[in-house]
Design a protein around this ligand. Sequence first.
Ligand SMILES: *[C@@H]1O[C@H](CO)[C@@H](O)[C@H](O)[C@H]1NC(C)=O
Ligand SMILES: *[C@@H]1O[C@H](CO)[C@@H](O)[C@H](O)[C@H]1NC(C)=O
Ligand SMILES: *[C@@H]1O[C@H](CO)[C@@H](O)[C@H](O)[C@H]1NC(C)=O
Ligand SMILES: *[C@@H]1O[C@H](CO)[C@@H](O)[C@H](O)[C@H]1NC(C)=O
Ligand SMILES: *[C@@H]1O[C@H](CO)[C@@H](O)[C@H](O)[C@H]1NC(C)=O
Length: 350
Amino acid sequence: MKTLLALLLLVPLLSYEAVGHRPPGPMTQRFLDCDDPESEAAAAVALNYINAHHPHGYKYALNSIEKITVLPRRPFGEIFLLELDLLETECHIVNPLPVENCTVRPLTDHVIEGDCDVKLLKMDGKFSVVSSKCHSTPDSAEDVTEVCPYCPLLALLNDTRVIHTAADALTKYNNEHDGAYLKLLEIGRAQIQHLPASVSVEFAVFATNCSTEDARDHADDCQVLPGDLAQFGFCKATVIDQNNTTVSCTIYENQPGVTHHHLIVDHLGGQLPTLAQGFKHHDLGHFHHGTVHATSESSSAEVHAGPPPASPAVKRDVGAVLDPAIPLPPVGPSPPKHPLCPGRIRHFQV
Ligand SMILES: *[C@@H]1O[C@H](CO)[C@@H](O)[C@H](O)[C@H]1NC(C)=O
Ligand SMILES: *[C@@H]1O[C@H](CO)[C@@H](O)[C@H](O)[C@H]1NC(C)=O
Ligand SMILES: *[C@@H]1O[C@H](CO)[C@@H](O)[C@H](O)[C@H]1NC(C)=O
Ligand SMILES: *[C@@H]1O[C@H](CO)[C@@H](O)[C@H](O)[C@H]1NC(C)=O
Ligand SMILES: *[C@@H]1O[C@H](CO)[C@@H](O)[C@H](O)[C@H]1NC(C)=O
């Protein structure tokens, strides 16, 4: 009896599926242009997420939305797959400025481009990031010299001249300024020019519980201020002819809740993390969350070198939802087959 009842209940369900009478609205695939306000809203959420989770180097700004795919999700909501083109800004991640207020580096400053694949869920009108995967690359030396033949190029972050410049500049700054004794957090970028010989380095610092006077004898005992008191800063230094050092630092107000814990852990003592050894920038690919592609977390360090892998996870999603045996119901005017993508370029083409 029970079985019969179950069968009876199943029949209407089966026929409902078989003829494809699925509810209209979110269960149908939509096509969005890359510059559609909804695409931009999704990209803004993705960008915030990337900047909040990228533990080293600089904040990135959106340059263009390359591609967007919207898939219906069972039982509710939609999945957005975004391909974003980003550009490095001049704001280090310890800089509290919102990324919209950060200056994108000009082409003459050896720009770094980021590429991200982000998967978002849209439910009840709200986006949340499911997973993201990025990598970033400096513009080629040829491209830089083409727009600016004498512009200095990015140097390796672990170049001895770079490390010495940062250390000397910070010593100079500490000696010339009262206030908390600053320690090196990480070198963000460095450029070396041969004529005139100059080394320019940008680096993040943190305030310690010491004055310069205290630090003279016990620098090793000078610690980051605990918890919410943690205070960060950012310095730019240039050494010309090996002996003329100029340095300027900005110390940011401490921000409750912002501790940059991983940065502190990775860099205490000014050591470069192994991932940055031999690189000219802090690769966005050194972090990623979830699986936009079916790549394991542990292999992320290698991934930035090659082209992004194919995305079986995405194909499965499509297969599950757009089974050819179940035709999509016709709804209103047929959607355009080719959404307008890639979208506009906000800054410049690299
Ligand atoms: C960021 O820029 C906006 C618009 O230009 C401005 O209103 C706001 O004050 C700026 N915020 C900061 C923290 O500078
Ligand atoms: C800074 O903090 C460390 C660890 O708490 C402590 O050992 C050291 O004495 C402090 N230094 C000063 C100058 O307060
Ligand atoms: C710096 O070094 C250059 C060449 O090594 C020398 O000509 C110059 O006088 C030095 N300047 C200072 C301030 O020591
Ligand atoms: C050091 O460099 C700065 C900036 O180029 C220059 O103004 C200054 O005269 C130089 N000082 C010395 C001692 O060479
Ligand atoms: C920088 O790191 C790379 C990779 O670990 C290494 O091969 C190179 O020798 C290092 N350069 C310096 C100057 O330490």
